[in-house]
Write a protein that binds this ligand. Structure first.
Ligand code: SAH
Length: 344
């Protein structure tokens, strides 16, 4: 196993197996989670031990291939090259409550949502736990900005990479690591029902975000293939079970698509479907993706939709667009880069 994917007890065991005292484990773990690029930077570790570690537990770090900073709001977007040459994106957003990093969980995605740039080339591979940790760490190191919040809303479907994502959460939450509180983490899923149930069992205090995007199978089937496996009503039932198990309010994402899911009738049906479930609705005006014919809803349609939800007792906010000048919505930068690379 990659040493950066090991928990503190695992690193400690590994170090003890090399005949070293246990406290070295904590020192090394703490260095790794500060974003060092080699063992040489671990200045309080004896030189010969550094050399043995480098031989037995080599590790790599991601390289920045593109960095774009929004002039509008300071959002920074990174395109990283991983050790096997694949690329993923990370976005740092600056909010009044702290800096939030949006990470990718897979290289590409196999969910096939009609409006999403990340899925256009399909799934290449899943990310390892340390590749997710590195996105947070090296965004912090490179930008010099402390990260307090994480959203798993970049490229990929986190629940389709369940075990690696669970290990990532354990690492990022650990006291000797970045120590990011579960309450500052949001995990977004397109709705893999059995995995939502599995997550519920862990009773984590993170926020579960569900990409609903439609109130009925009739609409959802046309934009999200996953709905054929886990229909809308089953998904909402899973959300009810999740709430019952964790007592955490569900956050729903709803990308507003002109003429597809944005009429008052859709809003009313949504209210009916969500009845009794403590939820927050995030309305996101669709980000236009070059390859897709789908268009964002008008401002008036979004406002009318929001009002129906609010009047019906469901809190609903319209998500502010950040990084509008840097293609900050997920999958777009990697897609452009891969296309230009392929053309060369
Ligand atoms: N696979 C996960 C997380 C990644 S996407 C999921 O489906 O939830 C993060 C959010 O952005 C999801 O709600 C996704 O549906 C939404 N999204 C993707 N493409 C979009 C676009 N072009 N405009 C608006 N939202 C989009």
């Amino acid at each position: 196993m990659n040493i950066k994917a090991m928990t503190l007890p695992e690193v400690t065991e590994a170090v003890k197996a090399l005949g070293q005292p246990a406290f070295r484990g904590k020192q090394i773990y703490s260095w790794l989670h500060q974003g060092v690029r080699s063992y040489e930077e671990m200045t309080n570790i004896p030189k010969d031990l550094r050399a043995r570690l480098a031989e037995k537990y080599p590790f790599t770090t991601p390289q920045v291939v593109r960095k774009q900073e929004s002039k509008l709001d300071g959002t920074i977007k990174y395109l990283w090259k991983l050790s096997d040459g694949n690329c993923v994106e990370t976005v740092l957003m600056r909010y009044h409550y702290g800096n939030t990093v949006c990470i990718s969980t897979e290289v590409g995605c196999r969910m096939g949502c009609a409006f999403c740039a990340s899925t256009l080339g399909g799934l290449v591979r899943r990310l390892e736990p340390e590749e997710m940790v590195d996105q947070v760490l090296f965004t912090q190191v490179d930008s010099g900005l402390p990260v307090s919040h994480i959203v798993l809303m970049g490229i990929g479907e986190p629940l389709d990479n369940f075990d690696n994502v669970m290990r990532f959460l354990e690492l990022i939450n650990s006291e000797s690591g970045m120590n990011i509180s579960m309450r500052h983490i949001s995990l977004s899923t397109c709705g893999l029902v059995p995995k939502i149930d599995e997550l519920a069992k862990r009773k984590l205090q993170l926020t579960l975000s569900v990409s609903l995007h439609a109130p009925s199978d009739e609409v959802r089937n046309t934009i999200m293939p996953v709905n054929k496996a886990y229909p809308t009503e089953e998904l909402i039932e899973a959300c009810r079970r999740y709430y019952a198990a964790t007592n955490r309010r569900i956050s729903f994402e709803y990308a507003m698509i002109n003429g597809v899911n944005d009429t008052p009738a859709h809003a009313k049906l949504l209210l009916k479907r969500l009845k009794g479930l403590p939820a927050h609705m995030n309305l996101i005006p669709l980000n236009h993706v070059e390859e897709s014919p789908l268009k964002p809803s008008t401002k008036a349609a979004v406002a009318a939709f929001q009002k129906i939800l609010e009047d019906g007792g469901v809190s609903a906010t319209v998500r502010r667009t950040l990084g509008g000048d840097i293609d900050a919505s997920c999958g777009q930068l990697r897609r452009k880069y891969t296309k230009t690379e392929a053309a060369q």
